[in-house]
Design a protein around this ligand. Structure first.
Ligand SMILES: [Zn+2]
Length: 151
């Protein structure tokens, strides 16, 4: 096999999770390479596209666009916010804001969302290699904090 040959995979790339049917979000290969355990990295197919399933009720974290592969939380080095309700799970992976730490910071000044935002604006975040969803956590942080107020 020639690993340098351009991919001519013309199969339709699916973004609906093969397990729950919810539409997932495409993630970059670097996210999988950073966050999968080595046993899972050893079987990824770099010519494939990979999609993140954010449905908390579904155990699939990543699946390939042609449905040949799926990965669950156990294949990943870190706990996955969307799949794991523990208080020690990060909501913001880059700056290590766990649910617990966010809970404890309620009423603090500056607010955690403001602290995170200022780091993001300063270009300090690395969501694509830290956060399993491969994208910025701020939406999740805001939803989580809003949820706290409603309790
Ligand atoms: Zn799913």
């Amino acid at each position: 096999m020639d690993c340098c040959a351009p991919s001519n995979n013309t199969e339709a790339i699916k973004t609906e999770c093969p397990s729950c049917g919810e539409k997932g979000k495409n993630v970059q290969l670097i996210t999988l390479k950073s966050l999968l355990k080595s046993s899972a990295i050893e079987i990824i197919e770099p010519e494939n596209s990979y999609v993140f399933c954010s449905n908390p009720a579904c155990s699939i974290v990543y699946f390939s666009g042609n449905y040949s592969q799926t990965f669950v939380e156990n294949d990943i080095k870190v706990q996955v916010y969307q799949k794991n309700q523990s208080t020690d799970v990060p909501v913001c992976y880059c700056f290590d804001w766990t649910r617990e730490r966010l809970l404890q910071s309620v009423g603090s000044d500056p607010k955690p969302a403001e602290q995170i935002k200022s780091h993001v604006q300063a270009g300090r975040c690395g969501c694509e290699v830290n956060n399993p969803q491969g994208a910025c956590c701020l939406g999740n942080v805001n939803v989580f904090l809003r949820g706290l107020k409603e309790v």
